[in-house]
Design a binder for this molecule. Structure first.
Ligand code: SAM
Length: 423
């Protein structure tokens, strides 16, 4: 059997999806009114980027800085950086694992931007040193105050801080003593921290809004057919998409929902939940590695109408190669739609990367390219557009219109990346 359906037992086929029937190869229709970003931007502004979200985002930014200062004090880096040193030198002094300098560099660049240290760019690397007044701030007080502010916004928001705190608390352990720790946590293979990761991807409203955005856009832009989700993980994207379609009375638009991930525990867990909620929906549950050719994983060329992902597409090592695979798998006029955190500025570390950068796959998997991917993990909007164009997509768009949100949510980090396969 190639594909597991809802009624199968707890096995997940590692080969899987194949579907026949390419759609008709018509000329691409003109851009429809609903492709215009204005309505989506208005919805985001009104329904999603609430004052609480904007406030919580600001809190988590400052909380990350305070936790980073705490970490670097605990590592005695104030002393170590009296002379300029690169992240690689620091990692070596601390006897961190081979690629830990990526995490150290990102963290120090973030602190440098905020004046907690200075960075001097040399031809081989950035060199960091302490600045005179950096030692005066007290991160513990700041952490307590910010925690209280977040509690006042609601318990769910505290999940965002808990995830950052986890990284600060496990910084040395994850980069030196147990370098697989975060990879296990992020792939559902570390039961001790399964709840932490589940809350960080589903309960935290700052993360949950990625799934809400993806679902809202997909409801509008997906006319029906086979939907394939990449990196579906603990199901945030699936839950929102199916929920929105069901509420809108459009669930029957899904001819088949193909949920994929590289983590079998995640696939099984999400399958259990979704099968209960939508027992009659035609689903397939399968292993799919976005770094491998789709056809060799039995995703047939021209067999899918929507490739969907929530905070998953950026895990691809070679983003253009991955998008090219997506394009091949899509039927003519099929669409990719990825809800993605974006970097607004090159080299800018997101707060949750204090923790994510402790995972090898997050910090090292990306093949960097100055044109399309200068940083690891998250891409900037411009880099998504360039990557999509290189992969041959048409009508590449980033939603919402970030420029018009500048006055209300200048640090808006959440977008939907979408584009269409031509004929
Ligand atoms: C940030 S999580 C997002 C999960 C889910 N979409 C959500 O929003 O709840 C990224 C997901 O990508 C998966 N992943 C990591 N490497 C992958 C790969 N090479 N191919 C496919 N999925 C991968 C992880 O297992 C994880 O579930």
């Amino acid at each position: 059997m190639n594909v597991l359906d809802d009624r199968s037992d707890d096995r997940v086929d590692r080969s899987t999806y194949g579907s026949s029937g390419a759609g008709s190869v018509d000329a691409l229709p003109p851009i429809r009114e609903k492709d215009a970003p204005d309505a989506f931007t208005a919805w985001c502004r009104g329904a999603l980027f609430t004052p609480e979200v904007v406030r919580a985002e600001g809190i988590v930014q400052r909380y990350c800085d305070a936790q980073l200062i705490r970490v670097f004090r605990s590592l005695d880096l104030d002393e170590c950086l009296r002379a300029p040193r690169s992240a690689r030198e620091i990692a070596s002094l601390l006897r961190l694992e081979q690629t830990a300098d990526v995490a150290v560099d990102a963290a120090l660049r973030r602190l440098a931007k905020r004046g907690h240290c200075a960075v001097e760019e040399r031809s081989d690397a950035g060199y960091f040193r302490v600045v005179a007044d950096a030692s005066t701030c007290n991160p513990e007080d700041e952490i307590s105050e910010l925690s209280a502010e977040m509690v006042a916004l609601g318990e769910d928001y505290v999940s965002a801080l808990d995830f950052v705190k986890f990284g600060a608390d496990h910084f040395l352990e994850a980069l030196r003593d147990d370098p697989d720790l975060l990879d296990r946590v992020l792939s559902g293979k570390e039961p001790r921290f399964a709840d932490l990761w589940h809350r960080a991807t589903n309960v935290d409203p700052l993360q949950d809004l990625h799934g809400r955005m993806g679902a809202h856009a997909a409801c509008d832009l997906f006319d029906g057919g086979v939907a394939l989700e990449v990196g579906g993980g603990t199901g945030n994207g699936t839950r929102h998409l199916l929920g929105d379609l069901a509420r809108a009375g459009r669930l029957e638009r899904i001819e088949r929902y193909v949920f994929t991930d590289v983590s079998i525990p995640f696939v099984l867990g999400t399958r259990r939940e979704i099968s209960k909620l939508y027992p009659s929906l035609a689903c397939a549950w399968q292993f799919l590695d976005v770094n491998k050719p789709f056809a060799s994983q039995k995703v047939a060329p021209a067999s899918v109408d929507l490739i969907y992902g929530v905070n998953a597409a950026h895990v691809a090592c070679d983003v253009v190669a991955f998008l090219t695979e997506c394009r091949e798998a899509l039927r003519p006029r099929g669409r990719i739609l990825f809800a993605e955190r974006v970097r607004r500025h090159v080299g800018e570390m997101a707060p949750r990367e204090l923790t994510l950068n402790l995972s090898r796959y997050h910090r090292t998997a990306a093949q960097r390219d100055p044109e399309v991917r200068p940083d690891h993990a998250y891409l900037a909007p411009l880099h998504w557009i360039r990557s999509l164009e290189r992969a041959g997509f048409e009508r590449a768009q980033i939603l919402p219109d970030l420029d018009s949100l500048e006055s209300t949510f200048p640090n808006c980090y959440a977008t939907v990346v979408t584009a269409v396969r031509g004929s």
